[in-house]
Ligand binder design. Sequence first.
Ligand SMILES: *[C@@H]1O[C@H](CO)[C@@H](O)[C@H](O)[C@H]1NC(C)=O
Ligand SMILES: *[C@@H]1O[C@H](CO)[C@@H](O)[C@H](O)[C@H]1NC(C)=O
Ligand SMILES: *[C@@H]1O[C@H](CO)[C@@H](O)[C@H](O)[C@H]1NC(C)=O
Length: 628
Amino acid sequence: MVVTLLCAVLFVYLYWQQTSRQEPTLVFNYEHAFVSNYKKPQPPQWTWECVNQRCERRHVTTASSSSHKQPKLQSLATCGMLCGSTQLWPQPTGPVTLGTRAVTFNHLQMQLVTLVAGPAKHMVEQAYRAFNDSIVSLVQRADYVKDRPDIKKFTVKVTVSHPEIVRLKLDTSEGYNVVVKVQNDEIVANVTAKTFFGARHGLETLSQLIWWDEYVPGGGSLRVLKGATVQDAPAFPYRGLMLDTSRNFMSIDTLKRVLVAMAASKLNVFHWHITDSQSFPLVVPAYPEFSKTGSYGPDMTYSPEEVRGLVEFARLRGIRVLLEVDTPAHAGNGWTWGPKEGLGELAVCVNEKPWNIYCGEPPCGQLNPDNPAVYTVLENLYKYLLDLTGEREIFHIGGDEVNLECWAQHLQKNIVTNNYTDLHDLWGDFTLKAINRLHQANGGTKVPHVIVWSSKLSQRPYISKYLDKSNVVVQSWGASQWTDTPDLIADGYKVILSHVDAWYLDCGFGRWRETGEAACDPYRPWQTVYSHRPWQQFHLPKNQIMGGEVCLWSEQVDESSVDARLWPRAAAFAERVWTDPQLDVATFNIHEDVYTRLNTHRDRLVARGIGAEALWPQWCSQNPGMCL
Ligand SMILES: *[C@@H]1O[C@H](CO)[C@@H](O)[C@H](O)[C@H]1NC(C)=O
Ligand SMILES: *[C@@H]1O[C@H](CO)[C@@H](O)[C@H](O)[C@H]1NC(C)=O
Ligand SMILES: *[C@@H]1O[C@H](CO)[C@@H](O)[C@H](O)[C@H]1NC(C)=O
């Protein structure tokens, strides 16, 4: 009896523990810093000296290091922060002034003071926790907190004038000001913004004014600039990153790493291409067969709780999530249960061979536009997606690479309505119906911006017949030389640019199937990603360009290599759409400062647990300017 009672109490307690743990869990722990004896500090081998705004490496000889004439040893990190370049990434668009001196402190001295009231208060506190994690990620020796820092206190003040804004929209202000000052042994960092989203970016910038200096006597310490002012706001409202989790599954923890790195780079849209014809990992409670027949395994799925948790994790990092279930093409596995459930064939050509007749890559599959049940399923699915993300301003319906041959052959047999002389019209009708169902799913209200991938349907003459330019945004992925983008703009459409020749990060890894060639070799190095400025190169008006998005299709990448595939290249893209620096179109030369800052940012990402790729030999990092 007693035991039963105890068990019941324990059960209730555990349940309460579970359900009351609403806070998003953190991805990383920084235990590396907290194991004692991690490494004995060695006497420095190099010192850096600022000469003409460049850090020069000098060898420390045993004799000279004990001599009083030797200037104070300076670490590369400290020299880099105090010598010329800002080390900020992306570079702010407003005025920046940075002090040339720094003070030591420890992370336990940091304290948040926020007068934010209302809904954004909790978000600011959570964003501050993420900021704290970023700072702690730099720490390389836990017992440095016992040392005596230069200052007594480090106060981070956050002020938000519109705390009622808790959801990012295209017209949400993301600008912010950061002022860092020392007053009576106290560091005060003032972060002010109109909205939470601006303030969050401000904290991100503040984290970039802080670094670990391994040369501080005793084994290193955190340092912060003694003075700084930064005014900043982005060039484009839509700064996206698309990731495909259908070709290869990626765990929620991996996706959190993507979001952490996006936040560090001030990207703000995570376009989650969650399904494709290969697999359907999203669990849909109303239609459990989707993931049961479509996922790679019971553990390779995304539950509604996991998706919601990720959406919240993203929101606290200034990122909105767009869930894309691509249709009518790129839909096969996961869509085959219709007949069993009495709904008829929902998809045709599924896994059909020879694949190259019916789709762009194996396995094939395309929704059946002739089956009314398809539209009912879509409407319910859309309702679910809208509810999962809470995102009702922008919705991505897919529309990529429809293969008309698949429909021509599979619909001939039974189609009554096959009066189409041009199957583009069938495709157009499908799209109109899908958009209509989306609006129904949204409670009868139009979702203001419906995104489709660029395709034949988004070209003349079909586009004006099927895509309403006041509602549809085209994600233009064709090569930048193609006429797609200028035509869309001339015809009055809003666009998101994802030009394959610059912003496709999956290219350059050779063939993954015997037939056909590699989809899109060669590799796009970060310089190509960075130097792509199509509005300048092709004279496109910026007001119809919502922004840009880098894309990573996952045929040849999974969670073991996704970090390196994305970073630091997606960060290079981030500066293009946040700062949008002028491009020298005559030479396409990238300034030395960009290399230096991106390299610093890459190190920052690595510290935060992201497996970002190296830019170059470490010798180049240690000898700024010498490799260019
Ligand atoms: C910051 O991180 C440190 C180390 O994990 C922790 O001790 C401290 O409580 C954190 N502060 C906040 C406000 O989360
Ligand atoms: C920070 O902002 C507050 C008002 O929000 C102001 O009183 C204070 O002087 C500012 N401190 C610094 C260091 O700029
Ligand atoms: C298809 O065309 C035939 C002959 O032109 C016509 O009788 C029929 O009504 C058309 N079907 C539809 C659905 O428009």
